[in-house]
Design a protein around this ligand. Structure first.
Ligand code: 13P
Length: 256
């Protein structure tokens, strides 16, 4: 975005392992990643193993530059919520980041903007960094309402979040049609949507908040397309699914 200062943002590459990997497999991959970039300083790196592997992965990456993320979180802190995992439990294990509002949560499990907003606020209150995922479906893109859908997801997802708390918000723009399909938004299209998000942050908050807001792109990010995506002014990082499941693919993405 013209005049906005990219230097104020550290690149952030995150791996969302989704529902993959047993504890043994997760430990093996975490060890490989620590070997590869335990001391990388100029990029924020995060991995989000499944809940069952978090406590086994935590001690392996502790003290390295790799942060531990969770893929979801309950909207309540404790109580009768069978099958849910609370922010308190995540913090207890050493989780620092949580992915919220992923398109699979929105579209497969019916999470609304209101529910996601509740989770975002709770995560922030608990000192976690929230990665708020937004993105349009293929039908919405064809209807020409991408900016409206993404804008609404951002605005509703961030309702009640203060300027100060925005320091612990990352936005991940993941067009639903690009996730796991091998189709990527062109760097130009992705950058244009990122710019819309950054302008919205400037209008909801301030120029400074917008300057500092890290916006990741997600959707079929691979070693061979990460560089051109990251070259765009408003693309500050990547939220990687399939290609984060092996060191052979994830390491070159981090070293874009
Ligand atoms: P893929 O990289 O497999 O398309 O997944 C993207 C994603 O959903 C990351 O959260």
């Amino acid at each position: 975005m013209k005049g906005y200062t990219r230097e104020m943002r550290t690149p952030f590459i995150a791996g969302n392992w989704k529902m993959h990997k047993t504890i043994g497999e997760a430990v093996a991959l975490a060890n490989e990643l620590v070997q590869a970039f335990g001391s990388v300083q100029d990029t924020t790196i995060m991995i989000a193993p499944p809940f069952t592997a978090l406590s086994a992965v935590a001690p392996i990456i502790s003290g390295t530059t790799i942060a531990l993320g969770a893929q979801n979180m309950a909207s309540e802190l404790s109580g009768a919520h069978t099958g849910e995992v609370s922010a308190l439990m995540l913090r207890d294990i050493g989780v620092s980041h949580v992915i919220l509002g992923h398109s699979e949560r929105r579209h497969v499990y019916g999470e609304s903007n209101e529910l996601i907003n509740k989770k975002v606020k709770l995560a922030l209150e608990q000192g976690l960094t929230a990665i708020l995922c937004v993105g349009e479906t293929e039908q919405e893109r064809e209807q020409g309402i991408t900016n409206k859908v993404v804008g609404e997801q951002c605005e509703k997802g961030l309702a009640g979040v203060s300027s100060e708390q925005m320091k612990k918000i990352v936005i991940a723009y993941e067009p639903v049609w690009a996730i796991g399909t091998g189709k990527t938004a062109t760097p130009e299209d992705a950058d244009a949507t990122h710019e819309v998000i950054r302008k919205l942050a400037a209008s909801l908050y301030s120029r400074e908040v917008a300057d500092k807001l890290v916006i990741q792109y997600g959707g079929s990010v691979k070693p061979d397309n990460v560089k051109e995506l990251m070259a765009k002014e408003n693309i500050d990082g990547a939220l990687v699914g399939g290609a984060s499941l092996t060191a052979a693919q994830f390491v070159p993405i981090v070293n874009f």
